[in-house]
Design a protein. Sequence first.
Lengths: 267, 382
Amino acid sequence: MPARDYIRERFFPHMWCPGCGHGIVLNGLVHAIENIGLKKNDIVMVSGIGCSSRIAGYMDFHTLHTIHGRALAFAIGVKMSRPDLTLLVPMGDGDALSIGGNHFIHACRRNIDMTAIVMNNRVYGMTGGQYSPLSGHGTMATTAPYTNIDQAFDIVSMATAAGATFVARATAYHVQQLPNILEEAIRHKGFSVVEVMTPCPTYFGRKNKEGSAVNMMDNLKTRTTPIGSKAKQENPSLIERGVFVKKELPEYCAEYQRIVEQAMKGK
Amino acid sequence: MGGELRFVQGNEACVEGAMYAGLDFFAGYPITPSTEIAELLASRLPLKGGKFLQMEDEIASICAIIGASLTGNKVMTATSGPGFSLMQEGLGYAIMAEIPCVIVDVQRGGPSTGLPTKVSQGDVNQARWGVHGDHAIVALTASNHQDVFSITVDAFNFSETYRTPVILLFDEVIGHMRERLKIPEPGEIPLVERLKTSVKEGVDYHPYLQREDGRLPMSDFGGVHRYNVTGLFHDMWGFPSEKPSVVHELMRHLVDKIDHHVDKMARYREYFIEDAEMLLISYGSSARSALHMVTDRRQHGERVGLLELQTLWPFPAAVVREKTRNARYVVVVEMNMGQMLQPVKAAVEKPERVFLANRVDGVLITPADILNILRLIQGKGV
């Protein structure tokens, strides 16, 4: 199917700024879904609030645009009642890890079969450039006019510690790798987390003097490296990308089905 | 089992009512005095292939049931005041997106952690106005376990009929007290099933296009029609819209679909109202004390009556106006600082004749408490 068959063209043009990385994530998702051969009717996309969350409206799936931070909680309700459906949950960094942080770690812990995509642009874009829990120490934001003293989360470490059975990091620059990682995450039976580093030239870039959208793209290239690369040993400040965790654990819906069978047997 | 006679807690009567109504999915978080509802459903739901989830908090609980309802399930969550506060944002979402769900609030003393194990009726206004923004709401209650059962079935029926969340506002005494419950036979209480769309696969389906009667036929989420659901103001496709005409029409629809059916949703009981000079208005566990006192005073020839409200919201103003017409005094009996007093005053012809008999110390108001206040109103002293 051509890519345009997966989107709702009548709702374009989209509302993302020029140079935003979110559209690249949309494109990566379309290719991943195309490769797997999923039917549009079998996909539910649940999103929260923020620039990233608008992705749900643009895609021609069953789409649920919810409340800030709660996308995973809604998604769990959908998945538990229809385990046959494929659940995709795109979120922003503030959405997933600040207001939605508690839902995020508990979804990881339950290992329910869905794919959480954290579109990390290190800023609250929709509200105009406030610092997020991913902005990091020393960054600037409209709410950190002197400097940001908050330390950042590491999404990969956090998801791993919370028990996610698939954890990966990709970037909006590496457009070949992105659909492959998303495909692997969607195919994984269990809770998958994919952090996608995406540029926000409008707010994060401007406030932190990162230069043009092209410069920010280039930064994603020069500041990241494949997991375990020689470059990482030489320069520990590089951010690793690739698949960090891939393990098998009992999946939540399947486990609940066993509870149902056990209850019915004893009836 | 239909026809079965049981000796149960009110929380259990609520569970029985929910199962009778066809509950498929429950998500909740432990909180006194509602926890028995979750405990019972954890064992009951898997027996019918239903789903029970203990979530990380009350916010997640209401979000999970909304997601499950969209796919075509009858859903419920249960909590108490503090958890109900956390559920307000999900409740607002269900109102806006018009998703049927039932929320049980077994009230305890508040604000804050308050009095976890003691009775209160302090959430009447939280039920009405806890959600930000203009909206209509349905909140029901009951004073005995047979009524808890049937009002729970009503809650599911209203929720499906009007595609709206419905709040069951019980209290600690009702939730924990034990009394007799006769489970009705299947079919004895009619059940409302979800109105499904007749639009065929491949034909453009408008999830938010009302029928002439204001109802929205639904297509199960994850089924043959792909559509968008949002908490933003939205058009007939479910897509965000800021167009003033779309916003205005949706706001009117959300309020009118409840307010235009107040009479259909008005549930109440009346005792000795006909010739009552002194009319008590009460609900929930305080209505038990009110009824006890009224029955007792009737034996002494006093013309006292009771109007017991089961539908609190939308407020049945016409019923209250009609029933209070002949009363010299109206006394609202409740366990809060007068939350039902205000709508009653607004509904009656002579608001200066409306008084409050309340207790707010975590103890069930007694028939003697009510009688004392009655004597004061009559100018007879205590």
